[in-house]
Design a protein around this ligand. Structure first.
Ligand code: AMP
Ligand code: MG
Length: 346
């Protein structure tokens, strides 16, 4: 028998918190900069959104409605979702919405570029470890090797909006869905005339424009070794800041080891890459979310190799020996507020 200590994800203090300090002084008494905000629960997480300007209320309504709609399409636990339809299709093609097609294509693209570190067909293995059910346990080697036979992202066939999974395969878009939701929320902010706003979808942050006073949005990234504490602060505008960390959902096995919810498809086991947190900063939330998970699996050397080869984003890597590494593009907007050493990757 395995004796296990379980640690649940901090609902409100997920990977990042918005730093709202400083807003009040500037906003008070200034008609056009009074924000509207919204808090709600969706996609298994606590979400907050804030928008400025005349269209703010409409924008928040549209964004919240859209995210709930996406949840209905993407949920693995809702039998009526498109993902459930795919997972129960027994090898038959399923016609999916544009949303699902876009997300599955991005998952395949990042799967290809990371040698399968991003693999949405890992879902049966994520379930087996108990990360979806809360029934945490260490599966046997035989169980894992059996399940790994039905894991291979490249076998998800996407042709237009028709998607076919091999029978016995199952997918879960949890590694990148919230990033897509943040892109959609910000798109709807824009469409409703908002040019300044910010969303935090369970710690996945995306900012639109600058703050109304013209300054950067300030976003904190939590310390993976002390998740109630900030590690660093970033000044951003028109960017997503998305973190994957081993502290977000994990259990401690009777062997004393920490088993986190991010799985390495080469072993079927929680990734032990030497990284404890990966934050990706870029313009596309969907891509940043996919990358944060995949680079976590890849580890420091390959994550830096990926960044050098493809670029187009910045990142903050934290290693298990308590060192922070961040890319040169955010050097001017990065403030280390931890005791850890922080070094620039260039
Ligand atoms: P994130 O918090 O964005 O890093 O996503 C982690 C979630 O994605 C996990 O809770 C699993 O549901 C799923 N997942 C775990 N490992 C992988 C992987 N290697 N590729 C794709 N999805 C994964
Ligand atoms: Mg992710």
């Amino acid at each position: 028998m395995v004796s296990i200590t379980v640690f649940a994800k901090h609902a409100a203090t997920a990977a990042m918190c918005l730093l709202l300090c400083g807003c009040t002084t500037n906003e008070l008494g200034t008609k056009n900069t009074h924000p509207k905000s919204r808090e709600f629960f969706a996609m298994d997480t606590y979400m907050t959104m804030k928008a400025y300007g005349d269209g703010a209320e409409k924008a928040l309504n549209a964004a919240e409605f859209r995210i709930l709609d996406l949840e209905g399409e993407l949920s693995v636990t809702d039998n009526d979702s498109e993902i459930s339809a795919l997972n129960n299709a027994d090898g038959e093609p399923v016609t999916v919405s544009d949303d699902v097609a876009v997300i599955l294509r991005k998952a395949r693209e990042i799967g290809n570029k990371t040698g399968g570190a991003m693999d949405i067909t890992l879902y049966p293995i994520v379930k087996e470890w108990g990360f979806t059910t809360g029934d945490y346990h260490i599966p046997s080697a035989e169980t894992l090797s059996g399940l790994l036979e039905n894991v291979d992202y490249s076998r998800v066939d996407i042709s237009g909006n028709a998607v076919t999974l091999p029978a016995d395969f199952q997918v879960d878009t949890g590694a990148l869905a919230k990033g897509y939701a943040s892109d959609e929320a910000i798109r709807l902010f824009r469409e409703n005339g908002v040019d300044s706003g910010i969303v935090s979808l369970g710690g996945n942050v995306m900012a639109l424009g600058a703050k109304p006073d013209g300054s950067d949005w300030r976003v904190s990234v939590v310390d993976p070794f002390a998740p109630d504490t900030d590690m660093c602060i970033l000044g951003i505008r028109d960017k997503a800041v998305i973190t994957s960390g081993n502290y977000e959902r994990y259990f401690i096995g009777e062997d004393g080891k920490l088993y986190c919810h991010i799985i390495d498809s080469s072993t079927g086991c929680p990734a032990e890459s030497g990284l404890v947190s990966v934050t990706v900063i870029g313009e596309c939330g969907l891509e940043c979310d996919a990358l944060s998970t995949a680079l976590f699996v890849l580890g420091y050397e390959d994550a830096v190799g990926y960044w050098r080869e493809y670029g187009g984003f910045d990142m903050i890597l934290v290693t298990d020996d308590e060192k922070i590494f961040y890319t040169s593009g955010i050097a001017d907007s990065f403030t280390n507020v931890s005791d850890m050493n922080a070094e620039v990757i260039s």
